[in-house]
Design a protein around this ligand. Structure first.
Ligand code: MCA
Ligand code: AMP
Length: 512
């Protein structure tokens, strides 16, 4: 495998005078001056990034694993790149993770160090770890737009092997706490190159995004993707339709977002001709992490004349399919398997469905170089996730005669996708049951125009005369797990419907 980030390697070599400075993508002929990362008004060129990330890489080289306090900032992007340069597996942490979940992730992944921004306040559970502050400017580096790095650029370390773990990303299952998906460098390179093929993604593209940097979508696709191509990313810090419009109107060419963001753009675009113009001018609008409702797709098309391209992936598999830019637009479809990805649909009894009839529903199974190597410390869960060498996604789909994949549902009803975040019903139920005023709890997902699905909690209070408030329970879940896992609706019942075995029958819940 070639270097994960060729442009970064070229910038570092150029700074050492070992190679000519010619920029293959170049505007001004020197790769070091090419913009790489921009967060708000702070920007790093490839030269400055090589300098800043190289300095951090040198400090963490040889560490077993590092945690990265993953705020939506330049520091986090530099920290993640530094870990990749050093060949040290990085565990991105959601800074809003509550006590219970964070304690689990730290226990499970056992990092030796934590990388954080100089101003970040870390919670007590991280206090025992050695902390390294990420200086985004780096020694001799600068963060002003377009300036060249100073003399402090480090020689980048030798590239580790393709099977080396690059990232460990925590993802929820139906029950129990989140599991750490171990993603090797090979999977990251394979998925980004397959997307480049499907999207004609080059170093000339400038991506705008506002995704969290502790998940695959925002970090791997949205930061490492542009860097692998030698292009640039502008991160908004937090999502707003106005920010998207501004960046697409001033040079950004692509947008990555979850369906909730496209829904909000569809809401905003009607009364906003400037936004419509900016979206219409984009080279590529990509949606993923959950299904984009055809309704929002059509609203955006009507307002802008642009089709949103959908791609389908998973933390464990990275990207599996995408609508191609050189193919037919296909609302409601997630497109074709990406180059290198094998995909099949399988019946309940394990038989492969060969019909491309757009009707026969089966579970999507995939294999290819884009897959993870397993769940950290969980050989049982890893084994259960595979059927031979095929990974069971749990997503149900049909295939049209031209091979296009259309996702129609999920095998497990206990997984909820809200705002593009995967949430396990079981983990929320466990947290609710720990609340002293809760006797019984069940969690379901209900359709939501904005979030796709919203978390609904069904609660039997310990004392029916004094039930806890919905806000109290939402706050409890937010503080133990994470704010995006909090129930948006809480319904109180006298008892949960159960079958003869005592199992909760979620389908029998009054509105479930
Ligand atoms: C509200 N908040 C609270 C509470 N209630 N905080 C603490 N306790 C509470 N009880 C805070 C939230 O933290 C947040 O803070 C604010 O109130 C609003 O919260 P929320 O409603 O959750 O956020 P939102 O602004 O409505 O978020 C919508 C969103 C977000 C921006 C679309 O859901 C999002 O970023 N989703 C992206 C998920 C993603 O990247 N998934 C990819 C997974 P504040 O306002 O300060 O922020 S990877 C994947 O799925 C695969 C690989 C794939 O295919 O991509
Ligand atoms: P995560 O576990 O957070 O990585 O989420 C992966 C899941 O998100 C997949 O198993 C799908 O259920 C869902 N997903 C991702 N992209 C799409 C898409 N374009 N359409 C429908 N579902 C999607």
């Amino acid at each position: 495998m070639s270097a994960l980030f060729p442009a970064l390697a070229a910038a570092a070599r150029a700074a050492h005078g070992t190679h000519d400075t010619h920029d293959p993508h170049g505007t001004d002929g020197d790769v070091r001056h090419r913009p790489a990362l921009r967060f708000g008004d702070r920007e790093l060129t490839y030269g400055a990034l090589a300098c800043a990330a190289g300095a951090v890489a040198e400090r963490i080289s040889g560490a077993g694993r590092v945690a990265v306090w993953a705020t939506p900032t330049l520091e986090t992007a530099v920290g993640a790149v530094a870990a990749l340069l050093a060949g040290v597996p990085a565990v991105p942490l959601n800074p809003r993770t509550g006590e219970r979940e964070l304690a689990h992730i730290i226990r499970d992944s056992a990092p030796h160090l934590v990388l954080a921004g100089p101003d970040d306040e870390l919670p007590p559970v991280l206090a025992a770890l050695e902390r390294i502050d990420i200086e985004a400017a780096g020694p001799g580096g600068v963060s002003g737009p377009g300036e060249a790095p100073g003399p402090g650029v480090r020689a980048l370390p030798a590239e580790p092997g393709p099977e080396t773990a690059a990232l460990i990303v925590y993802t929820s299952g139906t029950t129990g706490p989140p599991k750490g998906a171990v993603l090797p460098r090979r999977a990251i390179a394979a998925t980004l190159d397959a997307l480049a093929d499907a999207w004609e993604w080059t170093g000339d593209d400038v991506l705008v995004q506002a995704l969290p940097l502790f998940h695959v979508h925002g970090l791997i696709l949205g930061v490492l993707g542009p860097l692998r191509r030698g292009g640039a990313v502008r991160h908004l810090g937090r999502f707003s339709a106005e920010g998207v419009g501004r960046e697409l109107g001033t040079g950004a060419t692509m947008l990555f977002g979850v369906p909730t963001m496209y829904h909000r753009l569809a809401e905003a675009v009607d009364g906003d001709p400037e936004l419509a113009k900016s979206l219409a001018g984009a080279r590529l609008l990509v949606s993923g992490s959950a299904a984009l409702p055809v309704h929002d797709h059509e609203r955006l098309f009507a307002a802008t004349g642009r089709r949103v391209v959908e791609r389908y992936g998973m933390t464990e598999t990275l990207m599996n399919t995408s609508v191609r830019v050189d193919g037919e637009p296909c609302p409601g479809s997630v497109g074709l398997p990406l180059p290198g990805v094998e995909l099949r649909l399988v019946e309940e009894d394990g038989t492969e469905i060969t019909a491309l009839d757009g009707e026969t529903v089966g579970e999507i199974q995939v294999r290819g170089p884009n897959l993870f190597t397993g769940y950290l410390n969980r050989p049982d869960a890893t084994a259960a996730a595979f059927d031979g060498d095929w990974f069971r996604t749990g997503d149900m789909a049909v295939r049209a005669p031209d091979g296009q994949v259309r996702i129609v549902g999920r095998k497990a009803t206990d997984l909820i996708k809200s705002g593009g975040y995967k949430i396990g019903a079981g983990e929320i139920e466990n947290a609710l049951l720990e609340h002293p005023q809760v006797r019984e709890a069940a969690v379901t997902g209900e359709p939501d125009d904005d979030l796709g699905e919203r978390v609904v909690a069904w609660v039997v209070p310990a004392d029916p005369a004094r039930p806890p408030s919905g806000d109290e329970l939402a706050g409890h879940v937010a503080s133990q797990l994470a704010p995006h896992k909090r129930p948006r609706t809480v319904r109180f019942l006298d008892a949960l419907p159960r079958n003869d075995m005592g199992k909760i029958m979620k389908r029998s819940l009054p509105h479930g």
